[in-house]
Structure formats: C-alpha cells, structure tokens
Design a protein around this ligand. Sequence first.
Ligand code: 5GP
Length: 205
Amino acid sequence: MTTGNGILFVLTGASGVGKGTVRKTAVADLGDVHFSVSATTRARRAHEVDGVHYHFVDANAFQALLAEGALLEHAEYVGDRYGTPAGPVDEALAQGRDVILEIELDGARQVKARRPEAVMLFLAPPSLAELERRLRGRGTDSEEKIQRRLARAREELKALREFDYMIVNDRVPDAVLAFQSVIRAERLRAARLSDAFVVALQRAT
Ligand code: 5GP
C-alpha cells in the first residue's frame, strides 16, 4: 500500500523452539506473506515435502548454488548445510510482499550484514530443559544430534541482544500474538512510507 517494497523478517531460534508453528499460525491472518523455502543437504523427515518445507539437495547441488551466488546466506548446522535462495526473496520483496526467513544464527548475521533493513526476531524457549523435552518429543533426531542441537541452542541464546525483538515461546498463542504485533507495528513505521504516498496524503488533507 505504501512503500512498494515488502519487509524482510528474519526469525531465529533454536531447533525445536517452535519457529515453524509460531510462524505458520501467525501469518494465517496477516495477509500475503512469503515464506522463504531454504535449500538443505539434510535428509528429508517423513512428514516433509520437497519444495514446501525445504528444497532437499545433495552436497554437489548445494555447492553449485553457492558457486552461482544464488544464496542470500548459508550455514552449516549439526553436520548439514542450509541456505536461502536469494531469487524468490527478492522477487517477493519487489512485489511488495513481506518475507519471512526462518534460519539459524550464522545465517541471520549474514542477512543483517547484507540487508541492514531486515527486522530481526529471536524466538527463545522458556528454558533449555523445556527445549530438550521438545526436541526429544519430536522424535526425529538421534541422541547425538539432540545434544549437538542443544549445544547450538545454548550458543545462540548468547546472541539475543543482536536482535530487534525477543519473544519467549512458552504458550504458543502468546508467542503468535507477539510475533503478529511485531509484524503489524513494522508495517506501520512512518519511515517506510513512500514519497508518493506522503505527497498524495498531503494533497488529500
Ligand atoms: P532443521 O534441520 O531442524 O529443519 O533446521 C535446523 C536449523 O537450521 C534451524 O535452526 C533452522 O531454522 C535452520 N535453517 C533452516 N533453513 C535455513 C537456511 O536457509 N539458512 C540457515 N542459515 N539456517 C536455516
């Protein structure tokens, strides 16, 4: 409506903290928001659909994407590689659609460096013990991977203050409301208004 450009939101938080659940529920009544589908070398989990949850690629294909400069950011996470294809993100933003990246800390930092205007959100677990319980409950990872994911979560928590917003995912409905509030508030920033919109408004008043 006002700027022509969409807003880039980066949602970071430990594996198992509930980023996907919070994001999916939050965007259901936020209008047209583009979710960026990442490329990964990780094996597909039973419920995951190629092209919907991730683009599942092998190590060579991932390397090729990287060499082509097709990734906005990329990172290694617990033995696998993950990256955000830049093309669909830029297309959506140019169409005025808001975009959400759900990525880990290294990638989030790369995005912030390349796109300083990105809005950075951190989703934290109520405690590390609760995170461990959620990771185990998911039943998708080996004990070794759970331990590595928890170690990574501990590291990521230390970076909390690098973010614009921090939401604790204790009760999902509360976290959803908080996430929606951030998106709605960011959409209302006067600094995002295009000159054309301001001129039209001034003429009309
Ligand atoms: P999972 O294997 O649980 O799906 O994801 C592991 C971690 O990688 C999660 O923190 C997830 O948000 C993150 N991740 C998913 N896609 C990307 C991506 O494209 N780039 C980066 N840097 N991290 C990602």
